[in-house]
Design a protein around this ligand. Structure first.
Ligand code: ZN
Length: 120
């Protein structure tokens, strides 16, 4: 019975550390705090705010894009940055892999034709 309690205590310490890590806080430090007093640590880490860096990484992971002018993360569909009014340019529709391959092969053929016969 004690073994199960100790294991549960350890798991809860890891849960506290994991939540802290996701919020950009020190996962190791919070896990140690969790080892000492996980119920308090769990409540505190849930209440803790995400660090700005972690929030930015999360926004990028969920399809945001970084504004090249002000470095704020905005929605990927944004045409204008909501922070600095930077106008995002629309990229031309990307070529398919087959088109890229054909293009590269065409360039290679052209460049190999330029090589004098006695060298090639
Ligand atoms: Zn911006």
């Amino acid at each position: 019975m004690e073994v199960i309690l100790v294991l549960f205590w350890l798991v809860m310490a890891f849960v506290v550390g994991g939540i802290a890590g996701k919020k950009g806080l020190s996962g190791c430090g919070w896990a140690i705090f969790g080892l000492l007093l996980w119920p308090v640590a769990l409540i505190m880490v849930i209440m803790a705010k995400q660090t700005p860096k972690a929030a930015e990484e999360q926004a990028l992971a969920y399809g945001g894009k970084k504004c090249p002018r002000c470095a704020e993360v905005v929605k990927s569909e944004a045409v204008v940055c909501r922070f600095c009014s930077y106008q995002f340019s629309f990229a031309a529709p990307s070529m398919s892999a087959a088109d890229e391959m054909r293009d590269a092969l065409g360039n290679f053929k052209r460049s190999s034709a330029d090589i004098p016969k006695d060298v090639a």
